[in-house]
Every structure is written in C-alpha cells, then in structure tokens.
Design a protein around this ligand. Sequence first.
Ligand SMILES: NC(=O)c1ccc[n+]([C@@H]2O[C@H](COP(=O)([O-])OP(=O)(O)OC[C@H]3O[C@@H](n4cnc5c(N)ncnc54)[C@H](OP(=O)(O)O)[C@@H]3O)[C@@H](O)[C@H]2O)c1
Length: 308
Amino acid sequence: MRLVSGQVVCVTGAGGFVASWLVKLLLERGYTVRGTVRNPDDPKNDHLKELEGAMERLILCKADLLDFKSLCDAINGCDGVFHTASPVTDDPEQMIEPAIVGTKNVIVAAAEANVRRVIFTSSIGAVYMDPNRSPDELIDETYWSDLDFCKNTKNWYCYGKVLAERTAWEESKQRGVDMVVINPVLVVGPLLQPTTYANSVQAYVHVRDVAAAHIMIFESPSAEGRYLCSESSLHRGEVVEILAKYFPEYPIPTKCSDEVNPRTKPFKFSNQKLKDLGLDFIPVKQCLYETVKSLQEKRHLPVTNDQQ
Ligand SMILES: NC(=O)c1ccc[n+]([C@@H]2O[C@H](COP(=O)([O-])OP(=O)(O)OC[C@H]3O[C@@H](n4cnc5c(N)ncnc54)[C@H](OP(=O)(O)O)[C@@H]3O)[C@@H](O)[C@H]2O)c1
C-alpha cells in the first residue's frame, strides 16, 4: 500500500458508523486526521482513540454542523474534507436544518480554507425515490429522488439528503470547491463503535468498501460527479436465506409476511463508476456474515455457548 504522509484531512462526524471506518483507513494510509465530534469526552467516541496511529495522528475537534466557527477551526489547514456527518432520522425537525445548513457551513468553511477536495457523503436516498420509475430501469448517477414524493410519503431522511446534496453542489460550484459525492446504499459490516444503527433498505454495501471508496475518489484526480456505492440489491427472502445458512442457531423466519403479491423486484443500481476506479466490492454474503459476527462480538446478539 502506498502511504501518504504529511496530508491533513478533516472527517466530520468522526464517531459515526461509516466515519469510524473512514478514520481507521485514513490513519492506516498515513493521513493526519482531524475528526469532528460533538463531544470529544463522550465515551461513545473512545474507540477512535484506540485506532492504530490515533495517538500520533488523530485530533478530535469539538464541532457542530450548525456552528460555522467550530467547523472553520477544524477544517482550516486541511488538504481535504470528508463530510459524512448528518442526522440519520425521519424526524423532520432534527433532519432538515442540520443536513442543509450544516452542509452549506462545511462547504463554505472548506472554500475559505482552500482545501484541495471535499468528499460529500450523500445517500442512495437522494437517488432512487421516484414512484414513476420502472423497477427494471438501471439506476445510475444521473437519477435524483423526487422531492415531492419524499415529502408526501414523509420520508424526511431522503428529503433531507436530497436537499443537502443539492446544497452541496450549488455551494461548491458557486465557491469553486472541487467536490465529489458518494451515494451509498444501506451500509452493513462490523461496527467499530459501540452503538448500533437502523436496518431497512434492499441494496447493501460493506462499510469497508464505502470508506475505501471515499479515499479512492479523494485521491483520484479524474474523479468527478457522483458515485453510486452499492454491491448488490437483495430481496429480504434472499437475505434471510443467507443468514439461515451461516447462522442456523438463530430462529430466522422462513416465510414472507406477504405471500399474496409477487416478490418485489430489487433495484438495479449501477456501481460501474467505482469499479472503473478499481474498487473490488466485498460480496454481499460476506457483508451480511461479518455484520452478524460483529453484532455477536458487541453482544447485540445472543451467542450460544459453543460460539463463545
Ligand atoms: N449507514 C447507512 O446505511 C448509510 C447509507 C447511505 C448514506 N449514509 C450516510 O453516511 C453518513 C454517515 O452515516 P452513518 O450510518 O455512519 O450514521 P451515524 O453512525 O448516525 O453517524 C452520523 C454522524 O453524524 C453526526 N452528526 C449528526 N448531527 C450532527 C450535527 N448537528 N453536528 C455534528 N455532527 C452531527 C453524529 O454525531 P454524534 O455522534 O455527535 O451524534 C454521528 O457521528 C451520513 O451522511 C448518512 O446519511 C449512511
């Protein structure tokens, strides 16, 4: 692995699920990382201090997305910014303002600090929410979610992510910031941090691949635009079959709650742009296996005696 030395990057929301992996991989590559957290003394961020290289090259900076000055302090002097911090909720009051205003604050702070590139973590939620699209269409980076549909269905997370990504594009263009966006599907894989996260969608990608993709698009001079980050899309039936095979000790359901209607078709997401950059995606089966193993290790799932 080619090591990077002397480069300083900022990761917003460093204690989160995706960002923890990103910080880990950045430290392994030799970067000095300024990780923003809302409370550096909160024990939920302690895992960051244990990462290899953290003692020498990780600085935790207290910052809130709605506090512009705190972001400037963290970003000033950085070569790059990975903006991953976002509320992850369907509560409109908690979601929309930090997503939009926070994103604007980060891009403006990055512009003022003259950073080389900003990587913005958007979501597939900003891409595929459109009732008028056929399930047979191959969804690529040109697709955008329908804002009215998100609003009418009260999907405030996707609504906020669409507006945040739009804001990011507008602000970065206006201020001449080189920004590249990543749009991951549901991220699965081992937790580095001691908390867990909600599970819903039908396309999956390993958290390590999402972190690696962030770095690839940061380091690749030709990277531009959006990058869908998805390994594959599965029907829940396929997910439970995989889990039942790996973990027969759990009472995994074998029947679908809806046996009347035909199986919903999984989405078809293109991951060609990231493959062209050289990303070799971890197969979804391995993602699911490692997720359960991690949940067992963190004691979020019961473990039978012979597994201990
Ligand atoms: N996980 C997925 O399946 C998935 C899929 C697609 C896209 N994404 C995107 O990936 C990014 C990270 O998601 P995640 O799953 O890693 O979520 P997460 O574990 O909930 O992490 C989110 C982070 O954002 C921080 N944050 C929230 N509001 C903030 C505010 N006002 N000021 C400063 N920090 C704030 C949180 O900090 P605190 O610890 O202080 O609360 C937390 O560290 C998000 O942008 C999300 O939309 C995630």
